[in-house]
Design a protein around this ligand. Structure first.
Ligand SMILES: Cc1cc2nc3c(=O)[nH]c(=O)nc-3n(C[C@H](O)[C@H](O)[C@H](O)COP(=O)(O)O)c2cc1C
Length: 164
C-alpha cells in the first residue's frame, strides 16, 4: 500500500474479527517499529508481543480504557529504558506500529501506558525491570467493522506559514 494511503487509512480500531494476525506480519510490524528515529540514536525500546488470550485479558483488565484488548488477536507492548527521551522515542515507534498495521490491512489502537497508574503493574507483569517504562500497548486485529476514520482538523486550520 502507498505510504499516503496507509496514513489516511489508519484509525483506531477497537473491535476485531476472529481472524488471527500472522506471526510474519507481527514481525514485519515490529521491524518497522524499530526503524523509528530516537534521540541520540539510543533505540531504548523493547517490544513484547502477547498473543495468549488469557494474558491479553489480564493486561486488558489492568487498564482503564483498554478493555477491548481482550478481543484483539495480539498486543504489542512498547517498553523503553528510562532515558531522557524515552517517551518521544517510544511514541515514534508506536506510531510506526500503527502505520505498518494499517498498511497490512490490520486494525490497531494505541492504549495509554506512560502516566497511567497501571504502568508499573503491567511492566512487572511482563517481567521487565524497574529501569523500564511502559510507553504504550497496541492492540492488533482484523477490524470487525472496517476502518472508520475520525474527522480531523483541516490543513487550512492547522498550517501556519512563517508565524503562528
Ligand atoms: C497517547 C495516546 C493514548 C491513547 N490511549 C488510548 C486508550 O487508553 N484507549 C483507547 O481506546 N484509545 C486510546 N488512544 C487512541 C485515541 O483515542 C485515538 O487516537 C483518538 O480518538 C483519535 O482517533 P483515531 O486514532 O481513529 O484517529 C490513545 C492515543 C494516544 C496518542
Amino acid at each position: 500500500m502507498d505510504f499516503f494511503e496507509a496514513i489516511k487509512k489508519r484509525c483506531s480500531v477497537r473491535e476485531y474479527s476472529e481472524k488471527p494476525v500472522k506471526k510474519e506480519d507481527i514481525e514485519k510490524i515490529v521491524g518497522c517499529a524499530r526503524l523509528a528515529p530516537t534521540a541520540r540514536g539510543e533505540q531504548p525500546w523493547e517490544f513484547v508481543v502477547v498473543t495468549d488470550k488469557k494474558e491479553l485479558a489480564e493486561i486488558a483488565d489492568m487498564t482503564d480504557h483498554g478493555k477491548f484488548l481482550k478481543g484483539a488477536s495480539a498486543g504489542i507492548i512498547v517498553l523503553c529504558k528510562d532515558t531522557k527521551y524515552y517517551l518521544e522515542d517510544g511514541s515514534a515507534a508506536t506510531e510506526n506500529i500503527l502505520l505498518a498495521a494499517a498498511a497490512l490491512g490490520i486494525g490497531s489502537c494505541w492504549v495509554a501506558g506512560d502516566k497511567k497508574p497501571y504502568a508499573d503493574k503491567i511492566r512487572e507483569y511482563l517481567g521487565a525491570g524497574p529501569g523500564y517504562k511502559l510507553v504504550s500497548i497496541v492492540s492488533l486485529g482484523y477490524p470487525k467493522g472496517g476502518f472508520i476514520a475520525h474527522k480531523k482538523r483541516e490543513v487550512s486550520q492547522v498550517l501556519h506559514l512563517d508565524k503562528f
